[in-house]
Write a protein that binds this ligand. Sequence first.
Ligand SMILES: [Zn+2]
Length: 175
Amino acid sequence: MSIDSRRWQREGIFTAGRSGTWQWRDPYTGKPSATISYRGLGDAVVLQYSIGDKQMHQHIELTHTGCNFGGARTWFACPNCCRRVAKLFMRSGAGFICRHCGRLRYASQSTDAVGRTWLKQYKAEAKLDKYHVRPKGMHHATRAKLLTVIHACEEQRDRALCAFMTARFPNGWPW
Ligand SMILES: [Zn+2]
C-alpha cells in the first residue's frame, strides 16, 4: 500500500480544507482492500486510519519544488527521516514512511531479533556436548529443557523470516 504525491496533487487532495477517503482495491478482485481518511492542510496532509485495533493519525508535511513552466510539484516529507519523496509506503507499526526507512526498519528489526535467538541458542548449546548430547552428570530433564530452548530459537527465526518475507512481498512470496 502506497500513496503518491503526484497523484494526490493532481486530484487536489492537498488543498486546504479538503477531506475525504482514499481507497485501495485488490488488483485481482477489484474489491476495496483498505481505506484511509485524509484532510488537506495546504502545506501538510493529515491521514487517519486503523491498523487492526490501533488508530493511526499521521501528520505529513509537504514540500514543493518549482517547475520551469510555472506551477509547483508537491512532495511528501517522510515523517520518519524528512527526505523529500514522491511515494510513502504503509508499514504496519510505523504507518506511512519512505521506501528507504521501510527497508532499514525491517532489516534492523529482523537482524536484532534473529541475533538474539542465535545468542540464546549458543548459550544453551554450550552447556551440551557436541550434537546436543547430554554431558556426564547432567540430568535428563536439564538436557530436555535446553533442547526446548534451542528448538524455540529455531522456530522464532523461522517466524522472523516469514514475517520479513511477508512484509517485503505483501502480495505473495516470489516462489
Ligand atoms: Zn524516510
